[in-house]
Design a protein around this ligand. Structure first.
Ligand code: ATP
Ligand code: MP5
Length: 280
């Protein structure tokens, strides 16, 4: 009997492989958990932006979910782009009585500025999915929408993280500091009445496509392996630090994170990708 743990991502797609389901599966593989995926929306996007979105029918998303869950019980579940109220209601119904660790990356807007969740869903996610979450990982704009708190300082990040747990009912919340300024990034976790900060150097790079997906997938993978929320966040933060420090100059826009990270540390030189040549 295999002892390999598994993780399921329920999210949208990125045909260039840097964000969404494709990014999640790369991270699961690198963290040595067996990756599985259910597609919610097919997105025609690349490193420059989103061109078109096709939402799959909710009954078909349900068929995908049933196909996985009636066969394999994942050790952790992560959701990313869940664009509509109907999709949220379906996932909430499926996960309501589950004890599987569940990470929500409440994806609302892509880095390119394109909307990935409709306005009603931005409110409805608070009542449907957030109360079921083991960990919610909003960036600053997402945390502002979820809580109504304007976030400019570390104190604001703390207030928002506490609100998501105490008022919205998640077990834990990490309000990420990627969108703030300063020489370091600080992500603040609130759970069980305690705050913990996770820091990294802030790298000056435009290649940050998929950072939120990469971070939350790494946390989900570690929860699948039985790590505590604090341990999983700590490993996730180191993972995203390396994935951004060695992010890839692939494509014409904002290149993707590097899920190999330090493993291929020796290979990329400035202006080169891991294969030793610029990719255009
Ligand atoms: N320039 C940077 N240098 C180092 N770490 C960063 C940088 N930008 C973001 N991070 C870290 O990356 C992780 C993801 O944060 P971010 O705020 O970018 O997420 P996000 O906006 O949800 O990402 P996405 O746009 O992919 O949805 C966090 O741990 C954050 O601190
Ligand atoms: C399907 C999908 N999910 C999430 C993101 C967010 O990633 P980013 O903000 O880095 O573009 C995305 N672009 N596409």
């Amino acid at each position: 009997m295999s002892t390999v743990k598994s993780a399921l991502t329920i999210a949208g797609t990125d045909p260039t492989g840097g964000a969404g389901i494709q990014a999640d599966l790369k991270v699961f593989q690198e963290r040595e958990v067996f990756g599985m995926s259910v597609v919610t929306s097919v997105v025609a996007q690349n490193t420059e932006g989103v061109r078109a979105v096709q939402h799959l029918d909710v009954p078909f998303i349900e068929q995908q979910l049933d196909a996985v869950l009636e066969d394999i019980t994942p050790d952790a579940i992560k959701t990313g782009m869940i664009a509509t109220v109907e999709m949220m209601e379906l996932i909430a119904r499926k996960l309501k009585n589950s004890s599987i660790p569940y990470v929500i990356d409440p994806v609302m807007v892509a880095k390119s500025g394109d909307s990935l969740m409709d306005d009603t869903s931005r409110q409805v996610i608070r009542e449907t999915l957030i109360p079921l979450a083991t960990v919610v990982t909003p960036n600053v704009p997402e945390a502002e929408i979820l809580t109504g708190i304007e976030i400019a300082t570390q104190a604001d990040q703390k207030l928002a993280a506490k609100y998501i747990v105490e008022e919205l009912g998640a077990k834990a919340a990490i309000v990420k500091g990627g969108h703030l300024t300063g020489e370091e990034t600080e992500d603040i976790l609130y759970t069980d009445g305690h705050y913990t900060s996770y820091y990294s150097e802030r790298f000056q790079t435009k290649h940050t496509h998929g950072t939120g997906c990469t971070f939350s997938a790494a946390i989900a993978a570690e929860l699948a392996k039985g790590k505590s929320i604090e341990e999983a966040t700590s490993i996730g933060k180191e993972f995203i630090r390396d994935a951004i420090q060695f992010s890839l100059e692939i494509g014409k826009g904002n290149g993707p994170t590097n899920a190999w990270g330090l493993r291929l540390q020796g290979l990329p030189n400035e202006g080169e990708n891991v294969h030793g040549a610029p990719i255009r």
